[in-house]
Design a protein around this ligand. Structure first.
Ligand SMILES: [Zn+2]
Ligand SMILES: [Zn+2]
Length: 344
């Protein structure tokens, strides 16, 4: 079926006509960590681009080190009390405001790089009744800071409380125990991959129509995404999304790993939803920002449920690599999916 034969009121037909302002290099590259046959040099290059140059992961890890340094002592965290609980919530509010607010300020308020590397030509919605306060950004900020930072703080507080009481496996970093140093380094690399795996399955569940109507639809009101859209979710979605942290109840963890994991959940989406592929300052590309893979999900809904870090979408046929052929395949898949849901 061609795009013209779609009914005009479907999201695909409505948005397809608007096109993209910036078309990134296609097809979208997936992580080579899971490619077959394996390519160690490609895999190491991918990891080096994440960890050995300015990237969202490096920035988030820096925030995590500060967050872990600010943690109260284990003795304090043995007992739940408003002082340190509110401190962790305040830290998540501050970090998210610095990252999402900073990106928003540069890309949208200042128009710091104009439209260079901007995917979607549209502006963030104002005077639009489908958003709280009639304003897309204001709604996004509200759900990010109140529900997002709040519930993430709840998960983190729960972890630190049970860890301080010795109810979950933990370890300390010391040169006397090199095995734990190696595990720490491995865990740093594995956490984003685990987060991607968890996100794919939770996200598929969120696209189950009843749950989509109740919860996930709120995030999808953002068809044209911005930095504040990333963590703008319904509280039910927040709980599912942050449940990735429960892995630390079973794997031996260090506080830096847990704070890193928590920060990753809240600070990575402002980059991936920024709407700009590159951050450009003084005519120079400084770092990768937006994620065309997820931008396609916000425009077309039923594709690219995971991230580029794991090939779940490729394995299950929902990968849109951005090319015209891929879009046609996904449209056929979406029509079949709709028919299936309608019981045809
Ligand atoms: Zn999103
Ligand atoms: Zn979705």
């Amino acid at each position: 079926m061609t795009e013209k034969s779609q009914t005009p009121d479907t999201p695909v037909a409505r948005n397809e006509a608007k096109g993209w302002l910036h078309n990134p290099e296609l097809p979208i590259a997936m992580s080579p960590l899971f490619q077959w046959p394996p390519s160690p040099s490609a895999a190491l290059g991918w990891l080096a681009r994440s960890w050995l140059q300015l990237s969202s992961v490096v920035i988030i890890f820096t925030f995590a080190l500060i967050g872990a340094w600010l943690l109260p002592s284990a003795e304090t965290m043995k007992t739940l009390s408003p002082g340190w609980v509110l401190q962790i919530w305040a830290r998540h509010i501050l970090f998210l405001t610095l990252v999402a607010g900073g990106l928003h300020f540069w890309f949208i308020t200042m128009q710091g790089q104009g439209e260079a590397f901007k995917f979607d030509p549209r502006k963030q919605a104002t005077k639009n009744r489908q958003f709280l306060f009639n304003n897309q950004v204001h709604e996004n900020v509200f759900f990010s800071l109140v529900s997002g930072a709040g519930l993430l703080a709840g998960f983190e507080v729960f972890y630190h409380w049970i860890a301080a009481n010795g109810w979950v496996p933990t370890f300390t970093l010391s040169f006397d125990q090199p095995g734990w140093l190696v595990w720490f380094a491995v865990a740093l690399v594995v956490i984003p991959i685990w987060s991607s795996l968890h996100f794919y399955w939770v996200h598929r569940f969120l696209h189950w129509p009843p749950l989509y109507r109740v919860a996930h639809g709120l995030h999808h009101k953002n068809i044209n995404v911005g930095p504040w859209s990333g963590v703008s979710m319904h509280p039910v979605e927040h709980v599912l999304y942050y449940s990735t942290l429960l892995i630390h109840l079973v794997i031996p963890s260090h506080p830096i790993l847990v704070v890193f994991h928590a920060c990753l959940q809240n600070l990575s989406p402002p980059f991936s939803h920024s709407g700009f592929e590159q951050l450009v300052v003084r005519d120079k590309q400084r770092m990768r920002a937006g994620d065309f893979f997820h931008q396609l999900h916000h425009r077309y809904f039923e594709c690219n449920y995971g991230t580029v870090d794991m090939p779940w979408d490729r394995w299950f046929g929902s990968f849109d690599n951005g090319t015209a052929e891929s879009r046609t395949r996904q449209q056929a898949r979406m029509i079949a999916l709709k028919r299936h849901r309608q019981g045809d």
